[in-house]
Design a binder for this molecule. Structure first.
Ligand code: SF4
Length: 464
């Protein structure tokens, strides 16, 4: 059988799918000059290929099928498996219609198809509900899937074959990935665990399956294979909580060092799951970038969405350690929690700057279908276009802020964070001395300019 895997490229804005927002995806359409530049870098350095599709490719190839991969073009084949998302489902379903017309049987995989089957059902022969691997094994074994097919989560993740990147990427993309340091074109996503054991009510990462982790040996085998095939690869661990098991993480770093694997990696975790010793070992094993959620400055706000706050002193200490070790840091923030108002969001923006992470990503709270927050906020949701549930668009009636204010605060956050001299100085690791004093003076001028502009546009500054 010839199986076509479609990880379709969206046309508008910067779109992330696969493991972004658990698989619902995100779309940022630039809302200012700063976000235009931000989007340019995101598009070119964060456009990772789909790890779900790479697993599917491996399963199909192992059972002797021919695998073809597309990001756009309609290919010939017997069956097409499409990666679903919420933010670009119209393009995906239109592609599915065309594929069916050309004679392929078509199925969807991913969180969107699992939780929002009605969006895809009229455009497909089958929908896979759950992590796709068990159902794909059945498909590759000769079963003709149809309708909604339950797919049990694989409990022993070590039993899966390693993702087959060679079947998914063009030679050009592979060269781009392997040639440069923080790679233009993205890195190799790797899942060392799946789901998350925390309980944040807004999070779509934990609504499909429960937390499971691979063994150290199995992860290192995959890393070794990548290192054999691609010179000094850049690996992006897409686990929602990479350091959940500290001992496993330390053992992984040790094994990487024992085997002398030469690669660099980034990962995402919680700051309270990090300490200096662990960071040192991860740095020695190749850690270069670490991403974590701060979300909001108010502990009370975080507790309302069942997110355990991390003490400020610990956040600052870890970021300082990362900075000293040359590990870049990216902090995530969310605007629009129900207790939020103009001042609390302004305080969060101030905090994002004071914390000193290398990068920051700001989003607007999105009540994703299937999350506890979705249930709670249903009466407030006014948006009917599912593609707008993209992480950057207001979708519900906020008690204290209208949609225009939320968008404005989002734009202001990017402007205030990225267009200040100290951002560049931090990036270049200029932390002390006369240059830093000059930078501090220039920052004051930049903030005054922002304040003037904000008053001009919204009659009030983004300060608390
Ligand atoms: S820590 Fe919270 S927000 Fe992060 S992945 Fe886990 S449940 Fe989601």
């Amino acid at each position: 059988m010839r199986i076509v895997l479609a990880d379709l490229k969206a046309t508008e804005g910067v779109v992330g799918k696969d493991t972004v927002a658990g698989g619902y995806g995100s779309r940022l359409v630039p809302l200012s000059r700063t976000t235009e530049v931000y989007c340019f870098f995101k598009k070119n350095f964060h456009d990772h290929p789909s790890v779900q599709m790479a697993y599917i490719a491996a399963i199909c190839a192992r059972l002797g099928h021919e695998v073809a991969w597309t990001r756009d073009e309609l290919l010939e084949g017997d069956v097409a498996v499409i990666l679903s998302s919420l933010v670009d489902y119209r393009r995906e379903t239109a592609w599915a219609d065309a594929a069916r017309e050309s004679g392929l049987r078509v199925g969807f995989v991913g969180l969107a198809a699992s939780k929002m089957p009605d969006l895809f059902a009229g455009h497909a022969d089958f929908l896979i509900d759950g992590e796709p691997e068990s159902a794909i094994q059945r498909l590759a074994g000769g079963e003709s899937l149809s309708g909604v097919c339950q797919s049990e989560a694989i409990s022993d993740l070590d039993s899966l074959p390693f993702p087959r990147w060679d079947l998914l990427q063009s030679r050009k993309l592979l060269r781009r990935i392997s040639a440069v340091s923080r790679p233009f074109g993205g890195g190799f996503p790797l899942l060392s665990s799946r789901s998350c054991p925390e309980f944040c009510t807004y999070c779509p990462h934990r609504i499909l399956t429960s937390y499971r982790a691979r063994s150290v040996n199995n992860i290192v085998e995959e890393l070794e294979q990548l290192c054999d095939r691609y010179p000094r690869p850049y690996v992006v661990f897409r686990d929602p909580l990479f350091t959940e098991q500290r001992d496993r993480c330390l053992a992984l770093c040790d094994e990487v060092l024992v085997r002398g694997l030469n690669f660099r990696f980034e990962c995402e975790t919680r700051l309270d799951h990090l300490d200096e010793h662990l960071l040192d070992r991860m740095r020695a094993a190749g850690l270069r970038v670490i991403t974590f959620g701060v979300e909001a400055v108010s502990d009370e706000t975080l507790r309302k969405v069942a997110r355990r706050p991390t003490p400020e002193a610990h956040q600052r200490a870890i970021i300082e350690v990362c900075s000293r070790r040359g590990i870049l840091t990216t902090a995530y923030y969310v605007f629009g929690f129900l207790p939020d108002n103009w001042n609390s969001i302004a305080a969060t923006i101030d905090y994002s700057i004071a914390l000193g992470s290398t990068f920051a990503q700001f989003k607007i709270l999105t009540p994703y279908p299937g999350t506890p927050l979705w249930k709670q906020m249903k009466p407030l949701i006014y948006e009917h276009d599912w593609q707008k549930f993209d992480g950057y668009t207001p979708t519900f009636k906020h008690p204290h802020l209208n949609a225009e204010e939320l968008r404005f605060l989002l734009g202001a956050a990017y402007a205030r964070f990225y267009t200040r001299p100290s951002w560049l100085a931090n990036y270049l690791r200029i932390r002390r001395g006369p240059v830093r004093q000059w930078v501090h003076r220039m920052d004051t001028k930049a903030f005054e300019a922002h304040t003037r502009k904000e008053i001009e546009l919204m009659s009030r500054p983004v300060t608390c």
